[in-house]
Design a protein around this ligand. Structure first.
Ligand code: AMP
Ligand code: MG
Length: 532
């Protein structure tokens, strides 16, 4: 029976080793003394497959025919639970927008179980939007097509960009309507319901630990910690106080690396609450995220955060550190000393700063390192990119096209080209802008010459870290608009183009263009709310 999901091998360690909610009912409540609650996905009316990511299926050892079979849609809509699965919702808390929010938990996510593939890798399967759980609070546990398309495509796009992330196996329409007030303006509308199957080694978050610390349930905190270390950090020594310290240091390191990646590709998460930060340093919970168009460190796609802009592009590193600080506070009572945790938090800053500068030097195609003066060059570039609306992705990509071998003879016009290719405004530069931009360019050319990397090599290296194709906000919205009318072709096409974000892909250039003017203020393209 090779064309059946029954070949999946499950080893449900989380539910086997950690305490379950003793109450069996699926009622919204505070769940005490437990890491999770067992819950069954809700039945959907008429599920149909929108898309399946073949690489994720392969990761699970699922042949293509399995994804095309009817059983696949039944299982990944939640209509059928395989015998070896053990569905549950996780209990966690979190700091939302800087304030402790108490118990949150999987309100619209249900873990189906942990699979082990032929290479011995552990992958947890999770349905997002499969109905209410004990943690749904006042919401319905469901998800709509627009947010599910965004989660599905972005998870895979991030993976192919080389950014640590949870993955997405499938996107299924449920055939049910879900009512949403998209703008929180008192105009709720029915929208098509959908379910994404997310795949990750673990869905444990910072908030998974914070909740037990807030409840002073040290025993449970230690149990979850030991389980996490043994399962997800098997290279670490047996759990104990010393290992907790090393573990926290690794979480700090992974988080620093993650944020450097986000800054590299221009990704803004949008809701970096502690319940949305993965203990493995993966990008998790794709909600009102967005991709930077013009380089603006103050930009956030999340309308819910428009005022304080806590989660703006340029503040992601500091917020991640603040979140790590909350995790440290949760751990301190069982680590029994704060100094090593504080040291890790400080190390995070250094790792991030070094990582950021090194990443930016790579984006600029520099192979040698000239610490302080490169840092200055990078800082000044950030200012020049803000002189007018400059598309970050297009700028770095066109910068790679510049020839250092001939540039000495080139006029100012040639030096300004990489910027001009990326400008949103078409009016001429002011004298001052012209001067500042050109003088930065001259410094850059001088520095790149000193670096001595031949044009071809430099270009190749730059193009391997500066993507040509990212999931531009308006592209996702166009795919959503089509899908809502029953045409899923653009979801498939984007999934395909975003598989090779660093390649030129002749014929696909339309997906690498600047955001069109109509999308500047359109909902879904530049503004998103948490409502999904
Ligand atoms: P978020 O910040 O979007 O990741 O969500 C914060 C909390 O709200 C989590 O506990 C989610 O599970 C929960 N939540 C968000 N949307 C829904 C929904 N439609 N139904 C139930 N719970 C939800
Ligand atoms: Mg979340």
């Amino acid at each position: 029976m090779s064309s059946s999901l029954d070949t999946l091998i499950f080893d449900n360690r989380f539910t086997r080793e950690l305490p379950a909610d003793p109450e069996a009912t699926n009622q919204r409540r505070q769940v005490l003394g437990a890491c999770y609650s067992r819950v069954t996905p809700v039945q959907t009316r008429q599920p149909s497959l929108v898309a399946c990511a073949r690489e994720v299926a392969q990761m699970l050892d699922l042949p293509e025919e399995v994804c095309d079979a009817e059983q696949f849609v039944r299982v990944f809509s939640g209509n059928e639970v395989l015998v070896a699965m053990d569905p549950y919702a996780m209990c966690y808390g979190g700091h939302q927008f800087g304030h402790w929010a108490g118990q949150l938990g999987d309100g619209r996510a249900i873990n189906l179980g942990e699979t082990i593939n032929g290479r011995g890798e552990r992958w947890v399967l999770q349905l997002k939007g499969a109905g209410p759980t004990q943690y749904s609070r006042s919401a319905d546990g469901l998800a709509v097509l627009r947010s599910s398309v965004r989660e599905f495509l972005c998870s895979e796009a991030m993976h192919h960009l080389g950014v640590p992330t949870t993955r997405a196996l499938s996107l299924v329409l449920t055939g049910d309507q879900v009512v949403r007030d998209m703008f929180y303006d008192g105009h709720p509308l029915p929208e098509p319901g959908a379910v994404v199957c997310r795949v990750s080694p673990s869905f444990t978050r910072f908030g998974s630990f914070e909740i037990f610390a807030a409840r002073q349930d040290w025993d449970l905190l230690r149990q979850l910690l030991d389980h996490t270390i043994r399962t997800d950090f098997p290279h670490l020594p047996e759990p104990g106080i010393e290992t907790y310290v090393v573990w926290f240091d690794e979480v700090c390191r992974r988080t620093a690396e993650l944020i450097v990646h986000w800054m590299r590709v221009g990704f803004v998460h949008g809701v970096m609450n502690t319940d949305n930060l993965s203990i493995l340093g993966l990008t998790i919970d794709y909600g009102p995220y967005g991709w930077l168009e013009d380089y603006d460190p103050d930009w956030t796609p999340n309308t819910t955060d428009a005022e304080g802009r806590r989660y703006r592009f340029g503040q992601q590193a500091q917020i991640a550190q603040w979140n790590l600080g909350q995790l440290a506070r949760a751990l301190a009572p069982i680590v029994q000393q704060v100094e090593p945790l504080q040291e890790s938090l400080m190390r995070y800053s250094n790792l991030y700063n070094d990582g950021y500068n090194s990443m930016m030097a790579n984006k600029l195609g520099l192979q040698s390192r000239d610490g302080a003066s490169d840092a200055e060059l990078i800082k000044d570039l950030q200012s020049v990119l803000q002189l007018r609306e400059t598309d970050m992705t297009l700028f770095f990509r066109s910068l790679a096209g510049l020839s250092m071998e001939t540039t000495a003879k080139l006029a100012d016009a040639a030096l300004l080209k990489p910027f001009e290719a990326a400008y949103y405004q078409t009016d001429p530069l002011t004298r001052e802008q012209h001067h500042d931009t050109l003088s930065w360019m001259r410094r850059y050319v001088e520095r790149a010459r000193r670096d001595g990397t031949p044009d071809g090599t430099r270009r190749q290296q730059m193009n391997s870290v500066n993507p040509k194709y990212v999931l531009r906000n308006y592209l996702a919205q166009l795919a959503i608009d089509k899908s809502a009318e029953g045409d899923h072709s653009m979801v498939h096409e984007l999934l395909d183009v975003l598989r090779r974000p660093y390649d030129e892909q002749p014929g696909k250039e339309v997906f690498a263009e600047k955001r069109p003017e109509w999308a500047r203020h359109r909902a879904g393209c530049s503004m998103l709310s948490c409502s999904s």
